[in-house]
Write a protein that binds this ligand. Sequence first.
Ligand SMILES: [Zn+2]
Length: 224
Amino acid sequence: MNGTELRNISFHGIGTPNGPEREPDEHRYWVTESAFLHVLDLCADHRDTIRLSFDDGNASDAATALPALQERGLTADFFPIADRLGTPGNLDEDALRALAAAGMGIGTHGAAHRPWTHVNPADQHIELQDARTRIATAIGAPVTTAACPFGAYNRKVLRALRTAGYRTVFTSDARPAHSGRWLQPRYSVEATDTPESVRTRMLAPRTTSGRVLDRAVLMVKAWR
Ligand SMILES: [Zn+2]
């Protein structure tokens, strides 16, 4: 099944991170509000071929991203971390419900923000099933999409996600995606990005050889 080519663009925190890094390199993925708004304007210009998402459930999802999306008539998918809901600097259940009520997609980014490639079977259940149930209970609707923490996946993780019934799974492979496909690669916006770098790095048309490379890389990653 070959859907329309599109580009998935993901954000993390907007503004200044709260306190020390929660994991190495976290600050690399925080963008200033001004950079965020400029990149979002660019995304609005390409709304038919771009799909937006926000990982980690930072409080800025509701405080900054939601009004900016609404002003531009855009929607996005949000992937909160179940263990962080209601903790300082993060979305609480009310904020999650507000995002859902505004027509945003709510998925899961797992329980404790650890790579799903490195969890034992009991923790895998906590990450893929329990976390989803907690988020679904909070919004009062089923959760059918997941974003892999740190973009980490392998064949085993994908099989577990399929078994758990997820309809769409988002990764961070920095390659174009196709609508309707189960696995959706995304580009992550980083602290140093500008509308120009996003345009060059994420929106440029792929050459024929680039497309062949994309397919090969994604196939290898899914079968490791
Ligand atoms: Zn994350």
